[in-house]
Design a protein around this ligand. Sequence first.
Ligand code: FPP
Length: 252
Amino acid sequence: MFRLLRKSRPEKQAWERDKLPRHIAIIMDGNGRWAKQRALPRKAGHAAGAETFRRIATYCKDIGIEYLTVYAFSTENWKRPAEEVGTIMALLEKYLHEAIEKMERDKVKMKFFGDVSVLSPKLRKLIEETEVLSQKFEGVQVNICVNYGGRDEILRAVERYTKDLSDSALPKPKRLTEEVFSEYMYSAHVPDPDLIIRPSGEMRISNFLLWQSAYSELYFTDVLWPDFDEAELNRAIMSFQARDRRYGGVGK
Ligand code: FPP
C-alpha cells in the first residue's frame, strides 16, 4: 500500500570482505518521523520499516553476515497506543507468514529474543513454527527482538540460573562466569554483536542488548530507518572496519 521509491543499487562497496562484522544488530528507529514527514499515519512508517528490514536482511545474507539482530518491539513499547501496538504485531505476523512460505528459497535461520509468552496465540504459533522450520539452515541467522528488554533479559537469566542452582535433580551449573551466564540469555550460543547501528539521529542504546554490547562498536546515522538501504549499511561497515578494537588492551 505504501510503496517506497528507492535506489535499486547499493553504492559501490569499499569494505574488505575478510573483515566483515560477524554479527550486526540494529535499532530500527525513525518509522514514526518518516511517516510524519510525509503526512502519513504512523502505521505507514512501520510498514515501510518492515520493508527495509526485509531488504537489509537479504543484503546481510548476500554479503555473508552471519548474524543480524533487530529490535522490533521493546518491553517499553507496550506504552504506545493499542492501535500502533496492533499494527506492529500485524506486520510481524505478515512477515512470519511470508518467511514460512519462502523458507526453502531464502534459507534464513530465525530466532526470537524476548518474552513471547504474552503475545497472541497466533503470533506465538508462527514464531514457534518459524524457529523450528528454520533451525536446519546455516548461513545467516536473523534474531528478531520482540517484547525484549536488556534489563529484563538479565533478570530472567539470573532467575533461571538460581533456579538451576536450587534444583537438586540438575547437575550443578559451573561456577558463574561470563561464559556460563551468557548461556542463560536469549542470545545463548550467539556471539556478541560486533556492530550496533542506530539510525534516526538518536544516540542511546534504549535497553537493547545491554549485556552483549559490552565491546560492540556503535554506529549512529541521521537517516530514518525506512530510508536505510544497502549503501547506508556499506557506510556503517566501512566505519566499523576503520575502528581499532582494543577490548581494554593497548591495541596494535
Ligand atoms: C521505532 O520507530 C520502531 C518500532 C518501535 C517498531 C519497529 C517495527 C517494525 C520495523 C515492523 C515490524 C518488524 C519486523 C521485523 C517485520 P519509532 O516508531 O519509535 O519512530 P519515531 O521515533 O520516529 O517515532
